[in-house]
Design a protein around this ligand. Structure first.
Ligand code: PLP
Length: 391
């Protein structure tokens, strides 16, 4: 199948299928073998070499979705991020990262890079000058995440690709929040595209996986380190992920629609102080998001009015579950200050604009009206409880 001539839902459904030559079944057979013949074969296959039939098939799907030559599937998003980043850095090198990034990526850098002699800088903002002022003669990689976790900040991908070209850097993006349904960074010149496939690719809150897509030349470099680090994904989960990805297009588009309606509703609500969603005209990154995203995604964050207890609000929701992860078909909420960004500490969170009462909202595929009803009943409940406790 020619990956360039298919629409996104067709790629989701079919590209990279493993053919069932024996029984002609409709779906990819699952090859669980961790031991393959080494004589009289074209490829010596082994799960940690990322080249079992199911691993290879799914990597083709990811590459096609991201409009890249090649892909690799990992055991987690962090395995994909750490392997991809470290593949292009050695002792004495420097990396520039967007300041507003996923807490786990931040922790990887600040907790591990010093011991490998790798220097790093985080941008203060998302503008060109914020990144360019940090570039040094030994800078090798520029790393961004857009929309970012948890404030949905938008970085201009054309600007990052141009900076990378100007200073001969490798550009990388964590494309998890957008998913390839809403944003194809390679079309703007970004070199390496990374995903926590635990999120929209998996889409059902029941697996942990990661993915990378890029050129064949770059994948060679990443693979070289990946087989040493050993962060491959088990074939059973690869197979489940392939199944999940068949519906990614329709799931994510339903989530986009739901999120836009909820963002409109929340931003007009008297009990809500702020809503961060790139699909809102009031969002600082809206104009750039419009240029580089085909949909604004299912993620948003919001702050309740200061006198309302955000913790109590999350406990009072009945349909929307408090949950560590995101991007499932079910709507979930989370407090970044208590989870993904807890290790940053109060001072650093404040510097980054992450209020303690900030609620990250992963919008699922339920009916919008049911989600609104749940939010309304939770607000009524917490107001009642707060009146009781304060009287
Ligand atoms: N990138 C983003 C934007 C995330 O939200 C996460 C996890 O929440 C990761 C990367 C890490 O992915 P994983 O938990 O699959 O390692």
């Amino acid at each position: 199948m020619d990956k360039n001539t298919k629409g996104i839902n067709t790629i989701c459904t079919h590209v990279g299928e493993v053919e069932d030559k024996q029984f002609k079944g409709a779906v990819s057979p699952l090859y669980m073998s961790s031991s393959y013949a080494f004589q009289d074969v074209d490829v010596k296959r082994y799960p940690r070499y990322f080249n079992t039939p199911n691993q290879e098939g799914l990597a083709i799907k990811i590459a096609a979705l991201e409009q890249c030559e090649s892909g690799l599937i990992f055991g987690s998003g962090m395995a994909a991020i750490s392997t991809a980043v470290m593949a292009f850095l050695e002792a004495g090198d420097h990396i520039v990262l967007q300041g507003d990034i996923y807490g786990g990526t931040y922790n990887l850098v600040v907790e591990q890079f010093n011991k490998f002699g790798i220097d790093f800088s985080f941008s203060k903002g998302m503008k060109e000058a914020d990144f360019e002022e940090l570039i040094k003669p030994n800078t090798k990689v520029i790393y961004v995440e857009t929309p970012s976790n948890p404030l949905l900040k938008i970085t201009d991908l054309r600007m990052i690709a141009a900076l990378a070209k100007k200073y001969n850097l490798i550009s990388m993006i964590d494309n998890t929040f957008a998913s390839p349904i809403n944003q194809i960074p390679a079309n703007f010149g970004i070199n390496i595209i990374i995903h926590s496939a635990t999120k929209y690719m998996g889409g059902h809150s029941d697996m942990c996986a990661g993915a990378v897509a890029c050129s064949e030349e770059h994948i060679e470099k990443i693979f070289h380190l990946a087989k040493n680090l050993g962060g491959s994904l088990s074939d059973y989960t690869v197979w489940l992920l392939e199944r999940s990805m068949k519906t990614m297009g329709i799931r994510v588009r339903a989530q986009n629609e739901n999120a836009q309606r909820l963002a409109d509703y929340l931003s007009n609500h008297e009990d809500i102080d702020a809503v961060y969603y790139p699909g809102l005209k009031s969002h600082v990154g809206h104009e750039i998001a419009k240029q580089q995203m085909s949909g604004f995604g299912g993620m948003m964050s919001f702050e309740l009015k200061e006198d309302l207890d955000a913790g109590l609000f999350q406990k009072s929701l009945q349909l929307i579950k408090p949950s560590m992860s995101l991007a499932g078909v079910e709507s979930t909420v989370l407090s970044p200050a208590e989870t993904s960004h807890a290790l940053l500490g109060a001072e650093e969170r404040k510097n980054r604009g992450i209020a303690d009462g900030l609620i990250r909202f992963s919008v699922g595929i339920e009916e919008t009206e049911d989600l609104i009803r749940d939010i309304e009943q939770a607000l009524i409940q917490i107001k009642k409880k707060q009146i009781v406790t304060s009287s």
